[in-house]
Design a protein around this ligand. Sequence first.
Ligand code: FES
Length: 156
Amino acid sequence: MVDSFDLDVNGARRRVESDPDRTLLSVLRDDLGLTGAKYGCGEGQCGACTVLLDGKAVRSCITRVGAAAGKAVTTIEGLAKEEKLHPVQEAFLAEGAMQCGYCVPGMILSACSLLSRIPQPTDEEIFRGMEGNICRCCAYGRMQAAVKRAAQGGRR
Ligand code: FES
């Protein structure tokens, strides 16, 4: 059943005409043209589709779009402000924390969620906070360093 509702996506109100049971990932990518969140497993297991819902990392491939109504959705496209990258994006660049890049939007948003909960995480807390995000190129060491760098204000 198609319904009409508003989503708050990256600070802008977006009107959506959709079955509320569709996935948030599908609506973001196919209806709103926000392709930063990626389709990986489609089962909530890999983290490629991670976005923030009211600041908390969620798997958009298993989140009903209807459940996002009235909440703030942040995708990778919404992190940079006025041409300035978000500190976590800067840290990923500084550490070269990517290989193919497919998992990176989800990794960065999971890192943002982690750092909002734990601003100065230990190595173990970074490991635990990011373990639901899979990188098939195995750039985990550099990603760990990037999260640490972001937590230290861009220094290492
Ligand atoms: Fe959503 Fe893998 S595509 S967790």
